[in-house]
Ligand binder design. Structure first.
Ligand SMILES: Cc1cn([C@H]2C[C@H](O)[C@@H](COP(=O)(O)OP(=O)(O)O[C@H]3O[C@H](C)C(=O)[C@H](O)[C@H]3O)O2)c(=O)[nH]c1=O
Length: 180
């Protein structure tokens, strides 16, 4: 398992070893050891799956405490540009974002700790997005920031993504008081 860190503290890309043979392939998609070697103790309690057509953008979402979620995300089919925005008020990288291109060939994974807004855009049809969460879904704790916020300056690689009505009216960072 190869691990890559980012300029924003806490974000990690995991690149698994894929064992291919004439039957197909095998890989480990989660091991607590990957995190313990980095001093991270994620308590994953919920797995999610979504499937999106090319151009669908989901995000930028988070859950407020005490339901904040860390996430380990990957795709099992298709390709997605994944984005994490640092919303930790005390962080030197507050308001900055990192991206991770997830695909079903590399089968790489991206870990986003609590304190981040998270989103992705599907770059292919039938992009199956799988993720582990460190807290349960709690609707009343949901929050978000606008995907197209000019202060975030995120290059999604797609001009007119398909965004839910809920996501289209999320606030911009400048109009937002981070709960983290
Ligand atoms: C997230 C979630 C949703 N739902 C229900 C609520 C809605 O009736 C339906 C669709 O939810 P939503 O439109 O919020 O789904 P996404 O836009 O994919 O939301 C996700 O998008 C970004 C990428 C994230 O990181 C979050 O996990 C999550 O916010 O599923 C549940 O029952 N449990 C859940 O954990």
């Amino acid at each position: 398992m190869e691990q890559k860190l980012f300029h924003i503290e806490g974000l990690v890309e995991f690149i698994p070893r894929i064992f291919k043979d004439d039957r197909g392939f095998f890989l480990e998609t989660f091991s607590l050891k990957w995190f313990e070697s980095l001093g991270i103790q994620p308590n994953f309690v919920q797995d999610n799956q979504s499937v999106s057509s090319k151009g669908v953008l989901r995000g930028l979402h988070f859950q407020k405490q005490p339901y904040a979620q860390g996430k380990l995300v990957r795709v099992s089919s298709g390709r997605a540009l994944d984005v994490a925005v640092d919303l930790r008020k005390e962080s030197p990288t507050y308001g900055q974002h990192a991206t991770c291109l997830l695909d079903a060939e590399k089968l790489n994974m991206f870990y986003i700790p609590e304190g981040f807004a998270h989103g992705f855009v599907a770059l292919e049809d039938n992009t199956t997005f799988l993720y582990k969460c460190t807290n349960y879904y709690h609707k009343d704790s949901e929050g978000g920031i606008l995907w197209s916020d000019p202060d975030l300056g995120i290059d999604w690689g797609i001009d007119e993504p398909l965004v839910s009505p809920k996501d289209a009216i999320l606030p911009q960072l400048k109009d937002f008081d981070s709960p983290f």
